[in-house]
Design a protein around this ligand. Structure first.
Ligand code: SAH
Length: 352
């Protein structure tokens, strides 16, 4: 069976032409798959039953089934645990901002990167997501909530640049005006810093916003938190971001998760400021989310403010990330892990 939803428009056209179907069929099927996000051929109501049967013998449509859904009583943030066709689980989060709805999607089932503070790595890496599975998270959420999602961030489970080809295919598809028609400018890719892939992305010449998960200002500290740093150093990663910003004219952001007594001192802030000197960028400070097994403790409010003020005093643009969905464990990786361990006892407001 061929995954019909991950085909590009051109590929779909040649597939259907090979079945002796006229060109307009490809247009119809493409729209059903990508604009309306159907999960079965039977939903393609302007296509004859016999043709739908023919298609379903040769192709399948990967989609996301809602396994669990949590709605924040505080701010309406919604978190989904989706089940995939092979029984694997991924997570997505929908957040409402003034400008519309943003979805945070997963790019892999699990993650290989091994960041010490992160939940996504704990349940192990299983496989890459297909382009269709990245897109289907948006379709499933839109349909369930009856909304239009306008912004995408790739900050869910997985390392997007470790699933590069599928990521690029997904980006081109969601940008297609016959499909979801989401502007590249409204898409953010977050990476732990796979430097050669940052350059590959730069050379695609897409106006995508890039975010680097930096979390430490020097190699000693960063390597103790993020194994990827043994391969690509702090300086190499920042340099790649500078090149990316210059070539694409998009502002780059840095994520900096503050962990009490680990990376939240004023010395760290000063060192970070000197590394970013002269770079028109943005630093997002995020008090670490507790992940039971990780044992990391959030920085105190005073340390967070001191860190922020130190950066600002050195001319670095920085803000503290507003926490959405506090009551539903909205940071990714935790639901999948619990599901895999057979523990479904969540104490937040489960909607299903
Ligand atoms: N692999 C990508 C994207 C997924 S993680 C990346 O590394 O950027 C999305 C963001 O959440 C990253 O900045 C990651 O470092 C951060 N993160 C992971 N675990 C966290 C935790 N427990 N508390 C706060 N931020 C966390």
């Amino acid at each position: 069976m061929i995954d019909i939803k991950s085909l590009t428009y051109e590929e779909l056209k040649s597939e259907l032409t090979a079945l002796s179907l006229p060109k307009f069929r490809a247009d119809q099927v493409y729209k059903w798959l990508h604009r309306f996000g159907v999960s079965s051929f039977d939903e393609m109501t302007d296509i004859s039953k016999s043709l739908r049967n023919l298609l379903s013998e040769k192709y399948f449509i990967p989609h996301c089934t809602i396994e669990d859904k949590y709605v924040s009583a505080i701010d309406g943030t919604v978190k989904y645990l989706f089940k995939l066709f092979d029984g694997e689980y991924i997570e997505s989060v929908i957040m409402k901002y003034k400008y519309g709805y943003t979805i945070c999607i997963s790019s892999q089932v699990g993650c290989k990167m091994g960041c010490k503070f992160c939940a996504s790595t704990l349940a192990g890496f299983k496989r890459n997501l297909l382009p269709a599975e990245m897109e289907s998270q948006i379709h499933a959420a839109q349909k369930d909530l009856n909304i239009r999602i306008s912004h995408i961030v790739l900050m869910g489970i997985g390392e997007p640049l470790d699933n590069y080809d599928n990521l690029i295919s997904f980006l081109r598809t969601v940008n297609n005006d016959a499909g979801l028609n989401i502007s590249m400018r409204d898409i953010t890719i977050s990476t732990c810093g796979i430097v050669p892939k940052i350059y590959d992305l730069m050379n695609e010449n897409l106006p995508i916003t890039l975010t680097l998960s930096l979390h430490a200002p020097n190699d000693r500290l960063r390597s103790s938190m993020m194994p990827v740093n043994d391969k690509y150093s702090v300086d190499e990663a920042i340099c790649a971001c500078r090149d990316y910003a210059e070539k694409t004219s998009r502002r780059v952001s840095f994520e900096y998760t503050l962990i009490n007594g680990v990376n939240d001192t004023v010395e760290c802030a000063n060192e970070l400021a000197s590394k970013l000197k002269g770079f028109i960028c943005h630093v997002n400070l995020i008090p670490v989310n507790d992940v039971e097994e990780r044992g990391n403790v959030r920085s105190t409010q005073t340390s967070v403010i001191n860190f922020l003020e130190t950066l600002k005093s050195k001319g670095i643009n920085a803000t503290i990330r507003r926490t959405l969905g506090k009551d539903i464990n909205a940071s990714c990786g935790q639901l999948r892990r619990k599901k895999n361990e057979g523990d479904s006892s969540e104490n937040c407001c489960k909607d299903r």
